[in-house]
Design a protein around this ligand. Structure first.
Ligand code: NAD
Length: 371
């Protein structure tokens, strides 16, 4: 069927937009324009001023509605002046890793956002909670599910909110696809194919060190494919079978290079996923249902994600994913809205990831632990 300019296509695009608007109105998912407290902005401290903080999160804070950058934590003295000048942060709101705990007395800081290598997340999340601040933490939440549980406990004990940086859950194309899956627009979901990977450069970087990264491609970007499958189905995998290949034993001595894995969900949906640090071009998901199919390609980029379906394009308005995810987290504090990217959500991914590694090690199907 040709769908361009057909009334079918117009109807379909309208249906997706209408259901998204209805979902937002019902509070089914968050948007940056949601709800009350429009004037209130929460102060954020960024811990770790690397690539993501510099290029995405700090600009996202400027674009956000309910958040502002009020403090930084860095061990690189040159960054103090650059960031201080650029974002108007004075010396009394600049910390290093040793003086970090003094942030407890900084009234301009409501939320501490941890943007360090994965293996450092647990220590800094716990210290942030101990300082009495709400905590937002980049993905993957930690190297192990044990660490995730300790981080959740620490924030619960301190009575502080904990959120994980799953930006795609707030990305309108992903939300549109979730709606298509959940509303059964194409019938019951049957099969998902998802993958994310890239060819990694510098062999000395922390992403290739087990202690700092926890694993390789799977921990870093495979987690997006896993998230997409969990987000679309709204279910947790009950069986996982995985396989690994390593063609560069030196570069990937400590971490995984390329992994494929299959997940079975309680409804019977099967998902087949791939992740890699050794080739480019995999950045997509496709969901197959009884009466049609849909998906994104690219799926996990900061900008330019594109949706299509057997009935035509999936059109959604692009947002600043980081502004929207931080605004959503701010809303969990300001208006006590539910936190859809909670510590438990981060833990669920780690449990599935551990099952993937266990399946590779044992050469058999593994049932993931449950939260
Ligand atoms: P990066 O290497 O660019 O920055 C890491 C920062 O940590 C730097 O400021 C560095 O100085 C600091 N650091 C402190 N101790 C360190 C150590 N021992 N080794 C290396 N760096 C150390 O990394 P990044 O890309 O900004 O990633 C940071 C976190 O953000 C990671 O958890 C990563 O998975 C996550 N991330 C998320 C997204 C997303 O789209 N949500 C994208 C990229 C990275």
């Amino acid at each position: 069927m040709s769908i361009s300019n057909s009334s079918d296509r117009r109807t379909f695009v309208k249906t997706v937009s209408a259901s998204l608007a209805a979902g937002a109105a019902a509070g089914g998912f968050f948007t940056s324009s949601a709800k009350a407290n429009d004037d209130k902005k929460l102060g954020f401290a960024l811990v770790g001023l690397g690539g993501l903080s510099t290029n995405q999160i700090a600009p996202g804070l400027l674009n956000s509605k309910h958040c502002k950058l009020t403090a930084i934590v860095t061990d690189t003295p040159e960054k103090e002046k650059v960031w201080g000048d650029k974002y108007g942060i004075t010396q009394d709101h600049i910390y290093n890793y040793d003086s970090f705990d003094k942030i407890a007395n900084d009234d301009t800081v409501d939320v501490i956002y941890i943007v360090l290598p994965n293996g450092m997340h647990p220590e800094y999340v716990k210290r942030a909670a101990k300082a009495g601040k709400h905590v937002f933490c980049e993905k993957p939440m930690a190297n192990t599910s044990k660490d995730c549980r300790e981080m959740i406990d620490a924030c619960q004990k301190a009575n502080r909110n904990l959120g994980i940086g799953y930006r795609c859950q707030f990305e309108p194309h992903h939300q549109a696809c979730r709606e298509l899956a959940q509303q059964k627009t194409f019938g019951d979901l049957k099969f998902i194919n998802a993958g994310f990977g890239f060819k990694i450069g510098d062999p000395t970087q922390w992403r290739l060190r087990r202690d700092l990264a926890g694993g390789g491609a799977l921990m870093d970007v495979g987690i997006y494919a896993l998230q997409a499958c969990r987000f679309l189905t709204g279910e947790e995998p009950i069986e996982i079978v995985a396989r690994e290949t390593k063609t560069d034993l030196q570069k990937f001595a400590e971490v995984d290079e390329t992994i494929t894995w299959e997940m079975k969900f309680p409804s019977g949906v099967l998902a087949n996923c791939v992740t890699t640090y050794n080739f480019n071009g995999v950045n997509q998901f496709r969901a197959f249902a009884s009466n049609g199919e849909f998906g994104l390609n690219p799926a996990f980029s900061y900008k330019g994600n594109k949706g299509s379906s057997s009935k035509g394009p999936i059109e959604a308005i692009e947002t600043d994913q980081f502004a929207v995810e931080m605004d959503a987290f701010a809303q969990t504090i300001l208006t006590e809205q539910p936190n859809q990217v909670s510590g438990e959500e981060g833990l669920r991914d780690l449990l599935a990831i551990e099952a993937i590694y266990a399946s590779i090690a044992q050469g058999k199907m593994v049932k993931p632990e449950t939260v």
